[in-house]
Design a protein around this ligand. Structure first.
Ligand code: GLU
Length: 403
């Protein structure tokens, strides 16, 4: 291939930021391919295997020989019915199959919603810190992200008051995640109720509640925004199988939304991908209709790792860290290291910090700037206890070489 020939790419792609989580994971893989023993704490990916019975569900679907053709665009009817049942019974969201659209991961679910709702010039209020792809997906739809910011002092949770102040006549949607990626914060019932009041007062604003980490929640309280009075018609609930069922590679996400929006997302998906992989849907159907013990076991393991990593991170001088209430991330403030040097390299921001840690400690992290907070870094503790202990030890050692 003649690689010297170039062609002007679209402004859409040239102006778009690369996914920082995936970029950092690729960097870690590149280090590993050079024989370097990298501990990868960058990607939010369970280190568990997809539970056996879910794998069996996929094998059975292949053996039955009935699932080789295009599935219906929004997903198989029985799968959508099972999702609706789960949402009614576990999340108190009164919905039916007609409200459900199954996509290639929660990321595509959000992409569909943005494409269906947003016109150029529309604003989308994003609770910050936010997951890296929210802003890119808003911008790809021609929208403008507007941020409401939480800080480490209020557990990274922006308030309903901030939300009310950020809404303008151009606001079309709001997006947040709880439990939150990257901070692990969980919005409590009274905080969600206050957010709901703000949204209900707006005729033309929808809210996207990303609940992909619902099973990894240590508060003992799990409230879906759509279950609050008056919120069903205003909320798009996003969820999927990657985190709670260790199914990242299977790519199964879904929305529950008012029917007019579910139909619009189906129309978009029909042009982009036709549907989600048939066998992955059958595997996910097995997951959602089986006993959740494996999911609870994994959540228990994350909880115990959280406690261990919290203790260890607190022992690193200059690292300020909150105890996250859900998901599997720490989001410590490392800004006290900005301006410091080991004589060779100077750390000026969270990007430099992560590169220094990758090169010297061989641990991959993600810079907080990609999530809207340049003082922080994200560390995923979806890794073995042994790797986590070793990783934090290495981080501590190389940070002690900075002054
Ligand atoms: N949601 C995960 C993360 O934040 C997966 C990677 C991605 O798609 O961004 O690491």
């Amino acid at each position: 291939m003649n690689e010297t020939l170039t062609f002007p790419l679209s402004e859409r792609v040239t102006s778009m930021a690369e996914s920082a989580t995936l970029a950092m994971a690729a960097k870690a893989r590149e280090f590993k391919s050079r024989g370097i023993d990298v501990i990868s704490l960058s990607l939010g990916e369970p280190d568990f295997k997809t539970p056996e019975h879910i794998q069996e569900g996929a094998k059975k679907a292949i053996d039955e020989g009935k699932y080789f053709a295009y599935p219906p665009v929004p997903g198989y009817q029985d799968f959508r019915e099972a999702i609706a049942k789960k949402l009614r019974e576990e999340n108190n969201i009164p919905c039916e199959a007609a409200h459900i659209v199954v996509s290639n991961g929660a990321k595509q679910s959000i992409a569909n919603v943005m494409q269906a709702l947003i016109n150029p010039g529309d604003e989308v209020v994003v609770f910050s810190p936010y997951w890296v792809s929210y802003t890119a997906l808003v911008e790809l739809a021609g929208g403008t992200p507007v941020f409401v910011e939480g800080s480490i002092d209020n557990d990274f949770k922006a308030t309903a008051k901030q939300l009310a102040e950020a809404i303008t006549s151009k606001t079309k949607a709001v997006i947040f995640s709880s439990p939150c990626n990257p901070t692990g914060s969980v919005f409590l019932k009274e905080e969600l109720e206050a957010i709901a009041e703000v949204i209900k007062a707006q005729d033309n604003v929808m809210i996207i509640a990303d609940e992909i980490y619902e099973h990894i929640n240590y508060t003992g309280e799990s409230v879906s925004l759509a279950s609050l009075p008056g919120m069903l018609e205003k909320t798009i609930t996003v969820n999927g199988f990657a985190k709670g069922f260790a199914m990242t590679g299977w790519r199964v996400g879904y929305i529950a939304a008012p029917e007019w929006l579910a139909k619009a997302c189906t129309k978009i998906q029909g042009q982009f991908t036709s549907a989600n992989c048939s066998i992955a849907q059958r595997a996910a159907l097995t997951a959602i209709t089986s006993d959740l013990t494996p999911t609870y076991e994994m959540a228990k393991a994350y909880r115990s790792r959280r406690g261990m990593v919290y203790e260890l991170l607190q022992q690193i001088p200059g690292v300020r860290v909150n105890l996250p209430q859900g998901a599997f991330y720490f989001f410590p403030d490392v800004s006290s290291y900005f301006g410091k040097s080991n004589g060779e390299t100077t750390i000026s921001d969270s990007n430099d910090f992560c590169m220094y840690i990758l090169e010297k400690a061989h641990v991959s992290l993600v810079p907080g700037a990609a999530f809207g907070d340049p003082n922080c870094i994200r560390l995923s503790y979806a890794a073995s206890e042994e790797d986590l202990k070793e990783a934090v030890k290495r981080i501590k050692t190389v940070l002690s070489e900075l002054s």
